[in-house]
Design a binder for this molecule. Structure first.
Ligand SMILES: Nc1nc2c(ncn2[C@@H]2O[C@H](COP(=O)(O)OP(=O)(O)OP(=O)(O)O)[C@@H](O)[C@H]2O)c(=O)[nH]1
Ligand SMILES: [Mg+2]
Length: 561
């Protein structure tokens, strides 16, 4: 550990004046930076230790937990084949993909592998991200078919690559319960360490949420940084958040995740600082009397409270818009679905939204609402939203609750499913769990099987048998989109009240109004005395149109005599 590193974690950083702190978003970042830096310091010294004794078949596994519980089924290689399935295809982009410059911009921010592996080097900006570079993945396979465990690891690989890292290898361990101390059994943990050393990896990503103690236990063995699935997803969200609201939501989720993990870090910090605890400065005299951990915790709590207020403050504007749509009875259709299913591509096809499409997970974080029309001219809103994922961190569901609640408030959910995935059932289940979590399960749902152009027909047939309400489309080839438009048209609340109208030509604006997207026009006829229409309207229009009402079949307006 260097001098510089110690001064980096100096609690004096925390003593900026409140004035300096006001409006700054990096005060807690600095705290977290210190926490993370201290946390990262431990395995630093022993990284990249080449182990000449390394053997893949690992002869001595006697320290492993009960052999029955931990069958020797660690799988290496083959599972990942270099890249994740989700990311393996050459990315094809169509004109409808939209916002490609944003993709380029994001790509240009990707880290260059091997440029900086020293944790002390990272700049403050980069510190928001996890600085993953060359990673080894590891997951626990507790039950179900092995294929599912491999899909899970492939997905973790896609997540890791989305976060900007290079995936070197992946392990799945069969084991009914995680080890309370090190998550994986001691033997497997050792095997992972050996692979890490052999491949020169600098991070291990575990496909679960680890208890802080398990994380430390595992780090002590593998000698490099260990990140869990939740930390990884939070990192991707942090990289992708663009709007003020999105950023605040992600930051809140990150702090929520960090808070319970502060204890371990705090302990190691106080150890470093010589274990100075207490000190009795008396009431009101913070500083020497307060341990750093208390201080950090207090600041994080304060920051979280501020973020919650901020997020709550942004709600009214959105709610006003939503109320406005309600008042005008504009039906709302929400696109939901697993990440990378093609939600944004579909929105771009159905409207001309120009929403960013990327073959990466969680390309969209900020909700987009666009106007769309049924083939017969009924207007509705179509909204794209954040993608879902298996084990979406609860901190994120909480932080994004206000965004997700809009889905619950819609008239129809287009549940987009990637039909080219070998097992979309798990993804469908994960999406429905989140929907249930935000009370959206009562909203009618149309399952949109997307990527028909590359789908496996056996998979499509399997899902169709199981799901009563599906439509098969390809946002790329355009296949099935007309049927989708019809199905949406049939599924949204339609104008119900039939009226026969004769509108004098002087009231031309009334006819324009009827063409505006909230009236179903059955017949329209231009007569000498005015425009004769047979329509269905929404209730709130009935009173305004009463003066033009005529009897069905009558040639004369009721009030025209
Ligand atoms: N072959 C094929 N690829 C598609 C189709 N629709 C979308 N894709 C591709 O799938 C990838 C993800 O598409 P997006 O529209 O960004 O997916 P998304 O659901 O919005 O993803 P997130 O915003 O990350 O949750 C992109 O590479 C698209 O080009 C399709 O019909 N066929
Ligand atoms: Mg998207």
């Amino acid at each position: 550990m260097t001098e510089e590193h110690i001064s980096h974690t100096d609690p004096r950083d925390a003593r900026r004046s409140p004035r300096q702190d006001a409006g700054r978003t990096d005060d807690v970042d600095a705290t977290i930076e210190r926490i993370l830096a201290a946390d990262d310091a431990a395995p630093q010294s022993s990284r990249f230790v080449a182990d000449p004794e390394f053997r893949l078949d690992g002869a001595d596994r006697s320290e492993d937990v009960a052999p029955a519980e931990e069958a020797d089924e660690t799988r290496r290689g083959g599972i990942l084949d270099g890249t994740a399935r989700e990311l393996a295809d050459e990315t094809r982009h169509t004109a409808a993909d939209g916002a490609q410059h944003e993709v380029m911009e994001r790509r240009s921010l990707r880290r260059v592998e091997g440029l900086s592996t020293e944790l002390e080097d990272v700049t403050e900006v980069e510190n928001r991200q996890l600085r993953l570079e060359r990673v080894v993945l590891a997951g626990l396979w507790t039950d179900g078919p092995v294929a599912e465990a491999e899909h899970a690891l492939r997905e973790l690989s896609a997540l890791a690559e989305t976060a900007g890292s290079t995936v070197l290898d992946g392990f799945v361990q069969r084991r009914t319960h995680p080890d309370p101390g090190t998550f994986f059994g001691a033997g497997k943990a050792e095997e992972i360490r050996a692979a890490v050393a052999e491949l020169g990896a600098d991070t291990v990503i575990v496909d679960s949420e680890l208890a802080p103690s398990q994380r430390r236990g595992l780090e002590d063995i593998v000698k490099v940084k260990v990140i869990d699935r939740t930390g990884l997803i939070l990192d991707i969200f942090a990289q992708h958040a663009k709007s003020r609201e999105g950023k605040a939501q992600v930051e809140l989720a990150q702090l929520e995740y960090l808070l319970p993990r502060l204890r371990g870090w705090g302990e190691s910090l106080s150890r470093q600082a010589g274990g100075q605890v207490g000190g009795g400065g008396g009431m009101g005299s913070r500083g020497p009397g307060e341990t750093k951990i208390e201080l950090d915790r207090r600041r994080i709590h304060a920051r979280m409270a501020r973020l919650r207020r901020q997020i709550a403050g942004m709600k009214p504007a959105r709610e006003a818009k939503r109320a406005n749509r309600r008042r005008n009875s504009v039906p709302s259709v929400a696109i939901a679905g697993y990440t990378n299913a093609g939600k944004s591509s579909l929105l771009n096809q159905l409207t001309d939204a120009g929403v960013m499409v990327e073959n990466a997970l969680f390309a969209t974080l900020d909700p987009t609402v666009r106007k769309a029309q049924t083939p017969d001219g009924i207007a509705y809103t179509l909204s794209d939203t954040v993608g879902f994922v298996r084990q979406l961190p609860t901190q994120l569901v909480e932080a994004f609750r206000s965004t997700l609640e809009e889905v619950a408030d819609s008239d129809l959910i287009l549940h987009v499913v990637d039909a080219s995935h070998p097992e979309p059932e798990g993804q469908i289940r994960a999406v429905r769990e989140v929907l249930a979590d935000v009370d959206a399960q009562q909203v009618p749902e149309l399952v949109v099987l997307n990527k028909a152009d590359v789908a496996d027909w056996a998979v499509v047939e399997r899902i169709r048998r199981r799901e009563p309400n599906t439509v098969l489309v390809s946002a790329h080839s355009g296949m099935g989109l007309d049927e989708l438009r019809e199905r949406v048209s049939d599924s949204i609340p339609r104008p119900q009240t039939p009226m026969e109208l004769l509108v004098p030509y002087v009231d031309g604006d009334v006819v324009s109004r009827l063409h505006g997207g909230d009236t179903e026009i059955h017949t329209i006829d231009y007569r000498a005395e005015g425009t004769r229409l047979s329509v269905k309207v929404r209730p709130e229009l009935v009173a305004d149109l009463e003066q033009y009402r005529v009897d069905a079949g009558s040639e004369h307006a009721a009030g025209a005599a």
